[in-house]
Design a protein around this ligand. Sequence first.
Ligand SMILES: Cc1ncc(COP(=O)(O)O)c(C=O)c1O
Length: 377
Amino acid sequence: MKDQFLLDPNATFLNHGSFGACPRVVFKEYQNWQRRLEFQPGKFMTHEVYHYLKEARDDIGKFLNCNGDDLLFFPNPTTAVSNVINSLQLSAGDEILMTQHEYGALVRSWRASAKKIGLTIRQQPVSNPVTTRERFVKEFWSGVNKNTRVIFISHITSSTALIFPVEEICSLASKAGILTIIDGAHVPGHIPLDISSLNCDFYTGACHKWLCAPKGVSFLYIKETHHEQMSPLVVSWGAEGDDPGPTELLKNFQWQGTRDMSAFLTIPAAIRFRKDNQWSIVQEKCKELVKRTADQLQQLLNTEPIFHGSHWLGQMISHPLPTAVPSDLKLMLWNDHQIEVPVFQWQDRQFIRVSIQGYNTWTDIERLIYALKTLLS
Ligand SMILES: Cc1ncc(COP(=O)(O)O)c(C=O)c1O
């Protein structure tokens, strides 16, 4: 499987979660689109590209079970969510409820708006380790009060790599009239996602992570009732541009002058790659490896896991490191063992996060365990 990717064959790559990795066939398709653009730039950009963008939107819409016209493409989830923040009519005193596990860039985005508008950001603590979905929901929901206007929560968290029970939270929020913005950066192609039954207001996902598209492919789902209030952070030609729409939303967001759309157009190829390689079987094997990795890390590091039960896990596992680890452990793993794996601080602890994708094998984990044993002894 690793031959099908463009990864360095001499490195042990256990960091799919950060930037993904693109299979050769999908990357070739990316370059084909760029060549088509360069062959006839004017014709392609002013006439043809919209048809192919619609195909890409419809394909990812089918994959996520939502209407393709409820989706906008963005280069990354931070840009997508920043456009939502810009569009909501929030005022001083409104509260945004989130967990302590949210992605740093997005917490900063919210804080910047909070400072400007006078919002309160409430990062509700939940037990560590997380145990049952019910307990998590109860603890999180106790952060709701009469000022809560928005719930912003990850479906799969970045540092802690946990699958959060967003289904229950969206259901409670819609009954309470609270808007939900779900950060599913890690979700498309990682765990099943049915946006229509989730009934959230906004959902962002990155396709360059677990769907293995080239970099710069993310989407924002916007429930139809919110289309009208959406206002782009970057105002471009809108209805005066070449984009035929069909909706105002698309005209206002999609056309951004000379922006290269090639990466977005690879979505059908990325979805085809999964089908051609029986990806659900591949993923089951990856999840088994993740569980075995969790056991090995716990045995070796002798620190308490941050979750009880494998229902919190997908294809990543984050585990706390002992307190006395070298500060340059990540660099040592790379320099001495050619292993790329993130080591970082979350709250007051150091963590290691291991991602398992189809190109990884148990040998990669054995290499990691051996390297950690050597470096930490
Ligand atoms: C949970 C989560 N949200 C959002 C993002 C968005 O990343 P970016 O900085 O590319 O917008 C990431 C990236 O790793 C993430 O893990």
